[in-house]
Design a protein around this ligand. Structure first.
Ligand code: FAD
Length: 288
């Protein structure tokens, strides 16, 4: 009860939503329905992911352009540096700036298997973007450590480099271990990282797919989560209800721990993200 009271007194929770570029007409319809559904929640920004090959790159640009031209939302493209030269990146960033885009999510991207490490990092991209324009820059953070990091401490120092280079927000990889997030946030503060460490929330509906994501990204899937989805492989309706419950409970605990900004990996679906926002008090027509 105390928790609910505290939540209802929160006025300043901000949210952002992440989408990916659709690859078919049907997926495009789903995406735009989701954007329309979530827009009245007045997100701080909406971001669009960026794939590492040129076809997908173009699609990010198209979605960003349409959000920018047809909605009131702040559109933030993701940009990765692995597959582009500095000159190409500068040109792309300048194009975005000229179109009125003012926020970029700056990432290194994944180095394709078998390719040597290019020894260029997201911090280099942050510096490059700073040279092009006065962008708001968000970067990635890893409460459970990035899989390639030499150590958790080295990964933390990398995040500090990104913030010192000009990033003002770190969006975390998704997680289910709330303690790991809270410890990470404390370590960031102790290291003098003054950017907001915004939890990235992945509402789960497809548990088997989640296990693949988590395995790839080396994210711990706690036993309690396994227990929640156990036996529901052939029951999508119940999975959705359970997924909403899991995410709402997590978001409430995080809010109680003082988190005021949430980023949602929507997977282009509005339903669960909308429900979680509702539970956090983020509703149409209300400020915050
Ligand atoms: P960096 O911050 O550069 O870190 C990469 C690794 O290098 C880390 O292990 C770090 O510790 C290490 N490192 C950094 N500097 C040094 C150094 N000087 N010496 C040695 N090691 C160093 N991928 C996409 O392709 N498209 C997307 O749209 C996308 N969106 C994402 C959004 C979010 C919120 C998150 C969390 C991830 C996203 N990713 C995306 C995935 C991301 O590109 C990968 O996780 C990638 O492997 C690392 O990117 P980064 O920006 O965190 O890299």
């Amino acid at each position: 009860e105390a928790l609910n009271e505290r939540l209802s007194s929160l006025r300043d929770i901000q949210v952002s939503f992440e989408f990916f570029p659709p690859s078919s007409a049907e997926m495009e319809t789903t995406l735009w329905h989701s954007i329309e559904r979530l827009a009245p929640l007045k997100p701080r920004f909406v971001s669009v992911t960026y794939g590492a090959n040129s076809g997908v790159r173009d699609r990010t640009h198209k979605v960003i352009e349409r959000i920018h031209n047809e909605t009131q939302l702040q559109a933030a493209p993701h940009l990765t540096l692995v597959d582009a030269s500095d000159e190409e990146l500068r040109t792309l960033a300048q194009q975005y700036w000229d179109q009125g885009v003012r926020h970029i999510v700056a990432l290194r991207g994944d180095v394709p298997q078998g390719q040597p490490n290019p020894n260029r990092y997201a911090s280099d991209l942050v510096s490059l973007l700073r040279d092009v324009g006065d962008f708001e820059i968000s970067v990635a953070a890893y409460p459970e450590c990035h899989p390639e990091a030499l150590s958790a401490q080295a990964d933390l120092i990398n995040l500090k480099r990104k913030v010192d280079a000009g990033a003002t927000r770190a969006i975390t990889q998704f997680f289910f271990d709330i303690e790991a997030y809270l410890r990470f946030r404390d370590r960031c503060a102790a290291a003098g990282i003054d950017a907001e460490i915004v939890p990235g929330i992945l509402p789960v509906t497809n548990y088997q797919q989640l296990l693949k994501f988590a395995d790839f990204a080396k994210i711990r899937v706690p036993n309690w989560l396994h227990h929640m989805f156990d036996g529901l492989d052939d029951d999508p309706a119940t999975r959705k209800l359970v997924g909403a419950n899991v995410a709402i409970e997590m978001a409430k605990v995080l809010a109680k721990e003082g988190v005021e900004e949430f980023h949602f990996y929507t997977l282009n679906r509005a339903e669960l993200s909308y429900a979680i926002c509702h539970a956090l008090g983020v509703r149409p027509g209300l400020e915050g």
